[in-house]
Ligand binder design. Structure first.
Ligand code: ADP
Ligand code: MG
Length: 661
């Protein structure tokens, strides 16, 4: 018969060792506890000496308050601390340590010596500890104010643990990592780390700055790309201080130094969020360097999750992580690097021509650059040669014909106006609002999409990673052209209209169309057209100065803004556009005027001359080679555009389908 096992109570020393091993898992853990103690004791200099990755010797010397002689007898017992006395204090604790377990634990798994001197005592004392108990009496000794804690033969009592540890070199690396992070977080404290008998591996000055320490420890490549920002959130009650690299910097290894209430912690949720923001900007597999210090009311922070106290959870975690993510996004979008990235993306020609060909302002559209804008709209055809031919007359120039001389009607791009700095707050606010509303994931999708094909006039397919999407190209184009206008404000290149087109006739054509919705009670069409012309002529200086839309004194349209390389707006829609400019733009208020002008113009530019019957190649070509590159390059999509994207299928789903076959 099998006898049941006899249950025995474990020896207390064994229990304590097991518990201690939970807290002190490797030399770097022990060091973290000791560093926190030294910082709690208000030290301004901390020196760490290491032998054999901290396994033989781990020593930390500080110039803090020291430990009172009378406390030396109990300092290494479990649950002795000078930092907490009632349970309620747990919620208010602002110092690092709080459970009085670190020294006790260390004394269970290593030989521990404390040498310390307070300001009020005449000499220092040295004491040895074993298994939580003072061994012998503290001996008087000479020494400066502060504490030296010496840990020798870590895990001597736990041979398996000792064997499971990595090589001394790797343990040293982990120690160095901890010291580096604390040194960055505490620039007012001078840190030294050295392997015994060697030159210091790391050294920072007391009273340096955080940026200096990052440079000294992590290198100039990171330091020169750093941006700094602070953010205070009243809603979720936290303060954030952050140093992060701009998108020009990328490394294989992701570095996030996270301190919450001055304690080095890990928050996987926050790390994932930060990585997600950067993944939009950095090549795949590349990461930023980020330092964050978060302060929040201690009662919101749950540090008691695990004895090692590395991973924290906090109240409103999702919301806070979300807010931080937004701030990081905003920083990246607003950073100079990103801005200049945007500026570089101006229409081609603008910058090169500025230097070289400033005299020659007229640039011809070459055949290869021409987009066919054929229109079967009879009214417009009539209009393009209004004085010579009747309805049945001409079709407008196609890409097979080269525009020649002034006889040929065409839209031509005039390049190179000198870039002017925009000072108007209304416009700067429009720019900021675009950047603020930019949806970072959507931007990521647009940036990396691969064009698949055109569905119809307003829809196209593209692929992003494993997903196939259909998108509303009209909605995307409309936003794109709006943003181009806002960013090209005062600096638009021109598309010249040759020969200039008389507004009066254009507006009459508009009034004839069904879209205009003219009713007899609206009055005489030519009178209405004349009114509209006079409004447009009155506002001509604004349109010319800010948007490169020129109207001559004789009332002819001479140019339109060029907003995207090779994109020439629809001829068919031009009359309606002009009519809407006269009637829909809020001309009297500055901000509203720019807003509504840009919206109307964007809407016009997004409408393509599209034929159902004829040759569709040029339209498809336009979608693929003009509009989509524009989306990829320039569009900062607001969240509402998400609704204009439909995921049709994705690879995993397709695999499932094929598996069944
Ligand atoms: P805790 O930090 O949670 O209080 P520890 O076991 O880490 O627990 O430390 C116990 C006590 O020893 C501390 O509360 C503090 O009073 C004292 N102490 C430890 N290290 C130092 C130091 N470097 N300087 C001054 N006092 C120290
Ligand atoms: Mg402590």
């Amino acid at each position: 018969m099998l006898e049941p096992g006899v249950i025995k109570k474990l020896d207390e020393v064994v229990v304590n060792r097991i518990a201690a091993g939970e807290i002190i898992q490797r030399p770097a853990n022990a060091l973290k506890e000791l560093l926190e103690n030294s910082l709690d004791a208000k030290s301004s200099h901390i020196q760490v000496n290491i032998k054999s990755g901290g396994l033989k010797l781990l020593q930390i010397q500080d110039n803090g308050t020291g430990i009172r002689k009378e406390d030396l007898s109990i300092v290494c017992e479990r649950f002795t601390t000078s930092k907490l006395s009632k349970f309620e204090d747990l919620t208010e604790i602002a110092t690092f340590g709080f459970r009085g377990e670190a020294l006790a634990s260390i004394s269970h798994v290593a030989h521990l010596t404390i040498q310390t001197k307070t300001a009020s005592e005449r000499c220092g004392y040295k004491a040895n500890y074993s298994d939580g108990k003072l061994v012998g009496a503290p001996k008087p000794c000479a020494g400066n104010q502060g504490t030296i804690i010496t840990i020798e033969d870590l895990f001597y009592s736990m041979p398996q643990r000792r064997q499971a540890l990595k090589s001394p070199a790797e343990e040293f690396q982990k120690i160095s990592d901890v010291v580096s992070k604390y040194a960055v977080h505490n620039p007012h404290v001078g840190f030294v780390l050295r392997k015994q008998g060697e030159q210091s591996a790391l050294k920072t000055q007391a009273c340096s700055t955080r940026a200096e320490n990052i440079r000294a420890i992590y290198g100039a490549a990171i330091a020169k790309e750093l941006m700094e920002f602070r953010y205070k959130d009243d809603m979720f009650k936290f303060d954030l201080e952050c140093q992060l690299t701009q998108v020009n910097y990328a490394a294989k290894k992701s570095t996030l130094l996270l301190f919450i209430n001055h304690r080095l912690v890990e928050s996987p949720a926050l790390k994932t969020a930060v990585d997600a923001v950067y993944s939009t900007y950095l090549p795949r597999g590349q990461h930023p360097f980020v330092y964050m210090s978060l302060m929040m009311p201690p009662q919101n922070l749950d540090v008691n999750v695990h004895p090692t106290k590395h991973e924290v959870h906090f109240l409103y975690q999702d919301e806070i992580v979300d807010r931080i993510k937004q701030q990081v996004e905003a920083q990246l979008l607003g950073s100079n690097a990103t801005r200049s990235f945007y500026k570089q993306l101006k229409l081609p020609g603008t910058s090169e021509l500025e230097d070289t060909q400033i005299q020659d302002k007229t640039q011809r559209i070459y055949e290869k650059e021409m987009v066919r804008t054929d229109s079967t709209e009879q009214k417009l055809d009539k209009f393009f040669k209004p004085l010579e031919k009747s309805d049945s007359g001409l079709s407008s120039s196609s890409s097979n014909e080269t525009p020649t001389g002034s006889q040929e009607e065409s839209f031509r791009v005039i390049a190179a106006r000198k870039s002017k700095e925009v000072r108007l707050t209304s416009v700067l606010e429009m720019q900021q609002s675009i950047e603020r509303k930019c949806h970072i994931q959507l931007r990521g999708i647009l940036k990396q999409l691969v064009y698949v094909g055109c569905v119809d006039e307003r829809h196209a397919l593209f692929q992003h990673e494993t997903r196939l999407y259909m998108c509303n190209t009209f909605a995307l184009s409309e936003e794109l052209f709006y943003q181009r206008l806002v960013y090209e404000f005062q600096n638009c290149t021109e598309i010249s209209v040759v020969p200039p087109l008389p507004l009066q006739q254009l507006l009459l054509i508009a009034l004839e169309s069904k879209t205009a919705g003219w009713e007899p009670e609206d009055g005489d069409k030519s009178e209405l057209a004349a009114n509209a012309v006079s409004i447009l002529q009155q506002k001509a200086p604004i349109m010319r100065e800010y948007f490169a839309l020129r109207i001559s004194e004789e009332g002819c349209l001479e140019s339109l803004p060029a907003l995207l390389p090779q994109h020439v707006p629809s001829r068919a829609q031009l009359p309606i556009y002009l009519l809407r400019l006269a009637t829909e733009v809020e001309w009297e208020q500055e901000a509203e005027c720019f807003q509504s002008f840009c919206r109307e113009t964007a809407r016009y530019y997004a409408q393509l001359d599209w034929q159902d019957d004829g040759d569709m190649r040029s339209q498809h070509w336009h979608m693929e080679h003009v509009l989509f590159p524009g989306f990829k390059k320039y569009l900062l999509p607001p969240a509402r555009l998400k609704q204009q994207l439909y995921e049709l299928t994705n690879l995993p789903t397709l695999y499932k389908v094929f598996e069944r076959c």
